[in-house]
Design a protein around this ligand. Structure first.
Ligand code: ZN
Ligand code: ZN
Length: 60
């Protein structure tokens, strides 16, 4: 029933592309880690521990 097109991808604040198209260097803006980096709703990149600590959600 669903077309599956309603999911909202967060966009990178640097290149303004959706997360899956972003080719920027990915590192956490808080701790500079490069592990498990995801773009959050503010367009910035966070590692998993910082996302958890700040209660940021990824797009999925
Ligand atoms: Zn980017
Ligand atoms: Zn971090």
């Amino acid at each position: 029933m669903s077309t599956g097109s309603s999911s909202t991808k967060f966009h990178c604040a640097q290149c303004e592309k959706p997360e899956d198209k972003c080719e920027c260097d990915k590192f956490c803006v808080l701790c500079q880690s490069q592990l498990d980096i995801r773009i959050c709703k503010d367009g910035l990149m966070y590692c998993e521990p910082c996302r958890t600590a700040c209660d940021y959600k990824t797009s999925d």
